[in-house]
Design a protein around this ligand. Structure first.
Ligand code: SF4
Length: 499
């Protein structure tokens, strides 16, 4: 076995991926509608157990940390206002960012879509003759399918965030934006490590310390041998041209400091005007994401500096549909997201179906708002058009969101867009029944008469007072949900009596 600086070096791993190791199934992205994905994941009882346990644990930790903050609501309000300001001054702030990065020796690229972003990355890597790169914290590169694009050109991108690495080694897809391997338990992770890593002790246990040690040895050689790193960013600071990453493991810092060249791919919305603004998010993000008071590692870099970190820094500002989202006065709230994952941890739908059911890089409540908008998917043939319906509209996500994104209202708004987009020239049965309902509900007399008439259907409810089947057009409803049997006395009648 070759060694590199004392660590075992395996050329097999490199060859494995570059030479056609199966990539994650691309049909999982934008491939199927939510109900289809949910039907599959709901059958996986192990996944549901893992999810219930993990989301419950994160939720409890988050609640404890939030209760320590008397000014939590004020912070949320400030964050929301900063984001509103940022979105309405986005062009100016991005230009300021570009000026400051350039002034400090960095190079800024603008990518209008995934094809442009991938072409820029590929060109830079080919100039450096890089055959492999290390990667950290970049959902934007997942959004543009960068790993798969690079693999077509014989370049392997190694995930170095521990959870992302587990997902990659498991030929899997992330299922949470903060805890991508939330659907895996320790026993499953041990099996993935045993299958995919060389020189792993045969008797490795499921103890976190032993698993972390195996991961450390696996990653260390990559950090030391890679000449180029690719990162995302939690936030950019326009006034100084600073790019930042917060993380828990320190792997990000290895990526950001050891390689000679650093390429950061960042969505154009991930920006705040000043350091003072950033401070607000540094208090909200760790508490909301992992229930920590602060992130163990906060890395910031501004261009390049002689003798300190990478010699070359490229910042790719990615649009990929964000300008379109910005143009929608309700939907644009989705661009305020700081990717903390709190909305997923409280969502009853997410907790049952898990992230894979959404068939989207961004799962959960925020994914249901962001993905259809980024893809412009409102035609009912588009799988992502089903996502706004993946919610009970209970409002838990709104309450948990540290930047006060009104996800339920945005979901209703997007449902309206889907409905309007698919409205045909001839009114459908659903259109007719909704129109009829609005006439009845808009008139006190008609509504009272309807309530009295509905009482005739009371015997249909049987003993359990639930009606499971009704003729068209109400069958559209009863196909999926039971209707409670009408009460013996309506509210109006009771009210009249009491009066
Ligand atoms: S929508 Fe809010 S709660 Fe959900 S990930 Fe984004 S910032 Fe966090």
């Amino acid at each position: 076995m070759m060694t590199f600086l004392g660590m075992p070096f395996s050329s097999k791993r490199h060859a494995q991926w570059v030479n056609g190791d199966p990539l994650p199934d691309d049909t999982l992205r934008w491939g199927a509608k939510f109900p289809t994905g949910a039907k599959t994941t709901l059958r996986d009882t192990q996944l549901r157990r893992n999810l219930r346990h993990a989301t419950g644990a994160i939720r409890n930790k988050r609640n404890i940390r939030v209760s320590e903050m008397p000014d939590w609501e004020d912070l949320r309000t400030s964050a929301s206002q900063i984001k509103h300001y940022t979105m309405s001054h986005l062009p100016q702030l991005l230009r300021q960012m570009e000026e400051n990065v350039t002034k400090h020796g960095g190079i800024v690229h603008w990518a209008k879509d995934k094809a442009e972003a991938n072409a820029i990355i590929l060109r830079l890597l080919q100039e450096k003759q890089a055959r492999e790169v290390v990667k950290i914290k970049s959902m934007a590169t997942q959004e543009i399918n960068m790993n798969e694009e690079l693999a077509k050109h014989g370049i392997k991108a190694w995930e170095t965030d521990l959870a992302e690495m587990i997902v990659q080694l498991g030929h899997d897809m992330p299922s949470h934006i903060v805890v991508p391997a939330i659907h895996r338990n320790r026993a499953e992770i041990r099996e993935i490590f045993k299958r995919e890593m060389e020189n792993i002790p045969a008797d490795i246990s499921t103890e976190p310390r032993e698993l972390a040690e195996a991961a450390r040895r696996h990653l260390r050689e990559l950090f030391l041998s890679s000449k180029v790193a690719i990162s995302g960013s939690n936030m950019m600071i326009a006034e100084t041209g600073t790019v930042t990453i917060v993380e828990s493991e320190g792997n990000g810092r290895m990526c950001l400091t050891l390689p000679e060249t650093l390429i950061s791919v960042v969505g154009i919305e991930k920006i705040v005007p000043s350091f003072r603004d950033y401070e607000v998010f540094l208090q909200l993000l760790p508490r909301s994401a992992t229930g920590e008071r602060m992130n163990p590692y906060t890395s910031m870099w501004t261009g390049v500096r002689e003798g300190d970190g990478p010699k070359e820094f490229h910042l790719i500002l990615l649009d990929n549909g964000r300008s379109k989202v910005l143009a929608d006065s309700v939907g644009r709230q989705a661009l305020h997201c700081i990717r903390c994952g709190a909305c997923m941890n409280v969502c009853p739908v997410y907790e049952h179906v898990g992230g894979h059911a959404y068939n989207s890089i961004y799962p959960g409540p925020i994914g249901a708002v962001l993905t259809p908008q980024l893809l412009g998917s409102f035609d009912h043939h588009d799988p992502a058009s089903s996502l706004p319906y993946a919610s009970s509209l209970c409002g838990a996500c709104f309450e948990a969101c540290p930047v006060k994104i009104d996800i339920p209202s945005a979901l209703v708004h997007l449902r309206h867009k889907v409905t309007e987009k698919n409205r045909g020239p001839v009114p459908s049965g659903w259109d007719i029944s909704m129109k009829a309902s609005s006439v009845v509900m808009g008139s006190g007399k008609l509504f009272g008469a309807a309530a009295r008439a509905a009482k005739l259907g009371r015997p249909l409810g049987g003993k359990d007072r639930r009606i499971t089947m009704l003729p068209w057009p109400v069958s559209v409803w009863t196909r999926n949900k039971d209707v409670p049997a009408p009460p013996a006395k309506s509210f109006r009648e009771t009210f009249e009596e009491e009066k």
